[in-house]
Design a protein around this ligand. Sequence first.
Ligand SMILES: [Zn+2]
Length: 407
Amino acid sequence: MKKPIDATATNPLPPEPNLKRAERLLLELLAIPGVSGQEGAVAGFVTDRLRRAGAPKGAIESDQAHRRSPSGGEVGTLVCRLDGTRRGPRRLLMAHMDTVPLCAGAKAVVRGRQIVPAAKDTALGADDRSGVAVVLGTALEILERGLPHPPLSFFFTVEEELGLLGMQHAKVGMLGHPRLAFNFDGGPHESLVIGATGDYRLVIDIEGIAAHAGCHPECGASAITIASLAIASLHAEGWLGRIEKDGRTGTSNVGVIEGGGATNVVTPRVRVRVRAEARSHDPAFRKRIVRVIEKAFRAAAKEVRTDEGESGRVGVQSSLDYESFVLGDDEPCVLAAEAAIRAIGGNPVREISNGGLDANWMTALAAPTVTLGAGQYNAHTVQEVMDLAEFRQACRVALRLATATEA
Ligand SMILES: [Zn+2]
């Protein structure tokens, strides 16, 4: 017999999800094609299920992330916001709707405790339909069963596999200002990704002026000299290696210098590749580092001239793929996730990812975000599989988090 839920208690009875339904939902989601930029059918499915479960009018909103993304795309990101039946900080659960190109044409089959691709030449798409199934399934449980919950946002992103373009261009204002955010995009339910590397790259092309180094060196402007002056000044002023300025810290590194062909030519072309990082996820400081580096190269180019006063030129391409981040030891989303994992018998393990996740942009733009497992393994390969036992545990963790009954 089911015990009634006391909505006034601080820690109501944690609900058990309908796992059979969650698995059906997962198989339905795996059957929908949707590589990056073509998430329209997945978004349609998610919207339809939320509406049928009774999501109130106006709760579902989508943005124009695909219009802002340099990659284009069919649809933007999608959110379903629910007011809380109980007070408390808003919680957000999220997953990405797109899959990698290797998933095109994939058919999923259940084999024992796993779901595998039917053909040998495709991946499965469990990355990240497993996460979508966990998040959508949780929303449906809450809507259909009328479970008590704090304010909630269920968030579905696009173009994650294109360097996090969807999340980067998402309209985070529509998320309802979540305080705790949980991203389902991983394997074992016990692993929590609490940080990930960031990526800001600078490619600096220096165009000098070639001349015969023996007969007419004064007619040349050496690209190597320009690069050297710039690097020397950055070094002298403390902008290379470990950087500490005005209480802010970061790092930068000139990683690759390519150029030069002969000792008898004043070098006309050099390419310098630089990586810039700001620690303690401080995007403004990273921008400052990048600006200083650009300026140093442009100033150096002006300094190196031919006898006729002609100087070299510098072209800079800088691209921020995503910010690095590390969540604090006692970040509420991390503690809540750990409590939920322990409550179902698991041993949570904190990890740092070497790749980017939607959590990188979420943490920079909206709320500290921990990334949790959803049962996917060997993503982006033809060996991709879905572990159903891990998936079920992820569904349990998600429902506890969404109903704030994790402890
Ligand atoms: Zn993924």
